[in-house]
Design a protein around this ligand. Structure first.
Ligand code: FES
Length: 152
């Protein structure tokens, strides 16, 4: 199991102890702290909140918002929608994959980046579009990708 400091989620445990409706919120807050849901933390929540591990695990795996694997500090989202595709989105994705040495859904070995593709980032006029964290970057090109990723 992953080494995490369970003391980090003590406030979460105290907040949701004895509450039967708090599991999803407890998982969200735990993920906010660690960036994902370590198995150790799930076991700890199960024990401390007195919720069966099977229930904790089924909720954690049911919702797409929860991640059971450690993710990068920077989440790079690349649009693979049509509007971005026709403006060179595939070349942008390829350049990110080559630069980081990872494919869609993977995380770099130093946990600096996780790469994801999404159907549309909702900023089609700016295509090709990517996001890093919560910030949008439009009209991307492979050359711009090089410079951008160097800033993280
Ligand atoms: S198609 Fe890329 S943002 Fe919509």
């Amino acid at each position: 199991m992953e080494e995490v400091n369970l003391a980090d989620i003590s406030p979460v445990v105290e907040k949701y102890r004895g509450r039967h409706d708090g599991l999803i919120s407890a998982l969200q807050e735990t993920q906010d702290i660690y960036g994902y849901l370590p198995e150790t933390a799930l076991c700890h929540l199960s024990r401390e909140l007195n919720i069966a591990m099977s229930k904790v695990y089924s909720v954690a795996t049911f919702y797409a918002q929860f991640y059971l694997e450690r993710r990068g500090r920077n989440i790079v989202r690349v649009c693979r929608g049509t509007a971005c595709h026709v403006r060179g989105g595939k070349a942008v994705l390829n350049s990110i994959e080559n630069r980081l040495g990872i494919k869609d859904g993977q995380t770099t070995g130093d946990y600096k980046f996780t790469l994801e593709t999404v159907a549309c980032l909702g900023a089609c006029a700016m295509g090709p579009v990517i996001m890093v964290g919560e910030k949008y970057y439009g009209k991307m090109t492979p050359a711009k990708i090089e410079a951008l990723l160097d800033t993280f």
